[in-house]
Design a protein around this ligand. Structure first.
Ligand code: UCC
Ligand code: FAD
Length: 586
């Protein structure tokens, strides 16, 4: 009787209406801004067709491998069945497929082949941008591999790293190597100069052995690494601080008994996200190594690696924002609430539009840095370009890393409860986004890096920033629809200049307190100029104009508002501390 009355839910039936899942389509074809940017700057058919084909492969095949990497995370096997210490990091078949695919598709190689001149980095990073959200975090080893190749190339490709360089930049899967970047020790990851205890013992043949403990080492299944250590003199003494650090190259290899040479893998980290990537603690116990830098120039020499990995971080951040918007807008065409599709609810569309504007801004900001990198690498960069690249690299990393967390979090909400459900794959995006503001320099540390490069350039870096931003605005001055945005960015640039003039008259502690707000202001204002510039191109769409206008409606210069409120005055730090430790005796 009940079955007749309630046929839909009787017995084993669970109802006939199901939520449709969002569908991942070709991420290249789905990205109007990427397409427009490339048509404007790099309209080569070979590039566009490669990205289109790759996008198809990402949606149809690679995305599934990315999921497998998450579901089958790496395991550490300390001992073989007979009790011998082997320290094998066992990775999933999908992780290994990612390695082959990365070589075949030239995901590192393109940056070094330079077939498209100054636009080669834009091409390479566009490909990584399409790949990243489906890559099962294989972009992490690729970033470090790219960074290591860059360091080797900038130091001069000679023995013993000549071989390594060709392995890092090859398209042959069986020859392809990845690199680690072992900088962090237990005493400090930001303050590398104080935190590094690892020592390098000189050997009679001119090589070294390394002895120390590396606290975070990601993608530890790498074939080689770059790392920092202090050279011991004959008495075993070392030089403290940054001046005592040198840069070393080491291969990760096994002896005839299958044991890692000079390395013990203590354990794998149990992480919030990036679970696809093995991140290990390593005891270096006589690891054979070669010094790459001049003695005591370790930090300055690894800086090239930091530049590359920070740009990759920006690409991943922009890409994850783009992916969550792509999925959310697809879902909005399938899910009905209150009698209509989500896409027909103006408030829901406003939410997605805000995410879209953030994703666009992040894309243009990071691509501009890729453009500058490409120019520098083929030797056509002006001094202005070089200064801009130095300034914008930490700005891009810190700003997009933070925005990625915010946009992905909002994105998850746009799927309602399903956004919180593990096997939809959506929560992975949020977990993985959270690391983007931590590794490769935290937000504060990079804000201080912005101050460092400004301070050390005697005004040249800021001059480059202002003159380029103004030239972007000048190019759009005749486009009346963009006038409100141009006015806003122009005003923000003047405010920033005033702020910098005032700050220069204050003690260094003033700028230190303002560092994060200043970095945000530099990011937002410059991104506004880039959006305006893109919208003023003859092939731009009305949405490009609208995106620029919307971006410029926000507060572009938070540093100025906070300055007016006295936020950086000397009375602030003790008040902040008292607030944080309210009612606690310190
Ligand atoms: O987290 C890591 C790997 C994660 C996995 C890979 C993910 C990749 C993205 C994937 C996306 C999916 S590896 C660990 C990363 N660690 C950091 O980023 C460290 C953060 N801390 C800093 O950045 C600090 O600011 C330090 C360590 C650079 C500060 O060191 P010092 O020694 O105190 O700094 P100094 O004395 O100011 O600088 C020493 C020299 C100077 O050059 P000279 O002596 O010629 O004046 C600086 O100008 O280094 C130069 N220098 C730089 N040059 C310092 N930073 C830079 C820079 N960013 N660019 C150019
Ligand atoms: P701390 O330096 O202790 O920072 C703690 C807090 O203090 C942060 O909020 C920071 O912003 C703030 N702070 C520090 N100094 C200042 C200051 N002067 N002013 C204001 N605020 C400050 N490292 C590697 O070398 N290789 C790897 O492969 C690697 N992989 C990683 C993978 C994962 C998943 C994670 C989470 C980390 C990895 N790291 C790796 C380490 C990472 O680079 C460091 O954790 C990071 O640089 C921060 O260092 P820390 O952990 O020592 O934090």
């Amino acid at each position: 009787y009940e079955e007749q009355l309630y046929p839909t839910f009787s017995r084993a039936r669970i109802g006939s209406s199901f939520q449709e899942s969002p569908v991942l389509k070709n991420p290249f074809l789905e990205d109007a801004l990427l397409g427009g940017y490339l048509r404007r700057h790099l309209p080569q058919e070979a590039v566009l067709s490669d990205l289109c084909e790759f996008g198809e492969r990402v949606a149809k095949e690679v995305d599934g491998w990315g999921r497998e990497c998450e579901v089958n995370p790496p395991q550490l096997v300390h001992f073989d069945p007979w009790g011998c210490r082997v320290d094998h990091i066992v990775t999933s078949p999908a992780w290994k497929r990612m390695k082959s695919l990365s070589a075949q598709e030239g995901l590192v190689a393109i940056g070094y082949e330079r077939s498209f001149g100054e636009w080669s980095r834009v091409y390479q990073m566009s490909k990584l941008y399409i790949f990243s959200p489906s890559a099962g975090l294989y972009t992490c080893p690729l970033a470090m591999t790219d960074g290591a190749a860059k360091v080797i190339q900038s130091i001069g490709v000679s023995r013993p790293v000549q071989k390594a360089y060709s392995h890092l930049t090859t398209r042959q899967p069986d020859q392809f190597w990845t690199s680690g970047q072992w900088m962090t020790e237990r005493q400090g990851g930001s303050d590398v100069a104080t935190g590094t205890e690892t020592v390098a013992a000189p050997q009679t043949d001119g090589s070294y052995t390394l002895h120390g403990f590396k606290w975070f080492t990601s993608a530890t299944d790498a074939d080689m690494t770059l790392t920092l250590a202090r050279v011991q003199d004959r008495t075993g003494a070392t030089t403290p601080g940054s001046r005592g650090l040198s840069l070393f190259y080491a291969e990760v290899s096994r002896d005839e008994d299958g044991r890692l040479r000079g390395i013990e893998v203590q354990r794998l980290k149990d992480k919030l996200g990036t679970r696809q990537v093995p991140t290990a603690e390593l005891l270096l116990d006589g690891l054979p190594a070669h010094m790459l830098s001049e003695e005591g120039r370790g930090v300055a020499s690894i800086a090239n690696m930091l530049t590359i990995t920070r740009i990759h971080n920006g690409i991943s951040a922009a890409a994850t924002m783009r992916r969550v918007v792509q999925l959310a807008r697809d879902y909005a065409t399938r899910r009905t609430a209150f009698g209509k599709l989500l896409k027909d609810h103006p408030l829901h569309m406003q939410t997605l539009a805000r995410m879209e504007v953030e994703a666009r801004g992040a894309f243009l900001l990071v691509m501009d840095v890729c453009r500058l990198l490409g120019r520098e690498e083929i030797g056509v960069a002006s001094q202005l370009d070089t200064h801009l690249l130095r300034l914008l690299t930490p700005v891009v990393k810190l700003y997009t890393g933070k925005q990625a967390v915010a946009v992905v979090s909002e994105g998850l909400e746009s799927f309602g409860g399903q956004g919180y459900i593990e096997d939809t794959g959506l929560p992975i995006m949020l977990r993985d986004a959270q690391v983007l503001s931590i590794w490769e320099g935290t937000t504060n540390v990079l804000s201080l890096d912005v101050l460092r490069c400004v301070a050390r350039s005697s005004g040249m870096v800021l001059h480059a920033y202002f003159s380029h931003a103004k030239s972007l605005l000048a190019g759009a001055s005749s486009v009346s629809s963009l006038a409100p945005a141009v006015k806003a960015v122009d005003g923000a640039l003047s405010e920033l200049q005033n702020f910098i003039q005032v700050a220069a008259t204050r003690p260094p502690s003033y700028l230190e307190l303002a560092a994060r707000d200043l970095a945000y202001s530099l990011a937002r204002t410059y991104t506004g100029a880039l959006l305006i510039d893109h919208a003023s191109w003859e092939g731009a769409s009305p949405s490009d104009t609208y995106a620029a206008l919307r971006w410029c409606e926000q507060q572009l210069c938070p540093v100025v508002t906070k300055q007016a409120r006295g936020c950086y005055d000397p009375r602030t730090p003790p008040l902040d501390t008292a607030l944080v430790y309210d009612q606690l005796t310190q």
